[in-house]
Write a protein that binds this ligand. Structure first.
Ligand SMILES: N[C@@H](CCC(=O)N[C@@H](CS)C(=O)NCC(=O)O)C(=O)O
Length: 213
């Protein structure tokens, strides 16, 4: 049986790949390891019964390694993929595994903020500056020369950050964070990323209700 992965469909476009960063993380991992897979697009606003049966929690991504056993949560899924397909190894050393881990939450807080003096922009800048310093010392990827799991988790989140902050706030990552810019360029130009990214308009449509809430 083939490897199967359920991922989010685009909002209002059930036949198009959607904007879930956790789904893209799993697809990136499979692409980097050159594992063939069958993708099932899930309309999360109208979840099919068969999907809720295999994952009653109702979240994507969900992964089946070919044995018919469905596994939820991208943290667990990427570990299972690493064990089953160890080549190329994508394990991030534990001391680097949490680099950039607060970027997504600080981005979301800033994106939703309606008060420009609430410190949310500064909180995001602090996290991006920390990433800049890490990359300056250890780059070009978080674990050096080769891409690893932490990069594949961060890449979709940085994509959401750049697309959504530019669209909704006209905000861009400061130019002086040169290592962050080079990192983003390297990640977004990987073949695996090109093949698995959601279109910008779907990323924007996905955030619009949260920004306008
Ligand atoms: N911790 C989970 C998060 C997954 C998640 O939040 N998925 C969202 C889409 S990005 C989802 O399925 N939302 C639909 C829902 O909750 O009904 C993971 O890493 O896989």
């Amino acid at each position: 049986m083939a490897v199967e992965v359920c991922v989010k469909a685009a909002v209002g476009h059930p036949d198009t790949l959607g904007d879930c960063p956790f789904s893209q993380r799993v697809l990136l991992t499979l692409q980097e390891k050159k594992v063939p897979y069958e993708m099932k697009l899930i309309d999360v606003s109208n979840k099919p019964d068969w999907f809720l049966k295999i994952n009653p929690e109702g979240k994507v991504p969900v992964f089946n390694g070919g044995d018919g056993k469905w596994i939820a949560d991208s943290d667990v899924i990427v570990q299972v993929i690493e064990e089953k397909y160890p080549t190329p190894p994508l394990v991030t050393p534990p001391e680097y595994a949490s680099v950039g881990s607060k970027i997504f939450s600080t981005f979301v807080t800033f994106l939703k903020s309606k008060d420009s003096n609430d410190g949310s922009e500064q909180a995001l800048l602090t996290e991006l500056q920390a990433l800049e310093e890490h990359l300056k010392a250890h780059g070009p990827y978080i674990n050096g020369q080769n891409v690893s799991a932490v990069d594949l988790s961060l890449a979709p989140k940085l994509y959401h950050l750049t697309v959504a902050l530019d669209h909704f706030k006209g905000w861009k990552i400061p130019e002086n964070l040169t290592n962050v810019h080079a990192y983003i360029k390297a990640l977004f130009s990987r073949e695996s990323f090109e093949k698995t990214k959601a279109a910008k308009e779907h990323v924007i449509a996905g955030w619009a209700p949260k920004v306008n809430a």
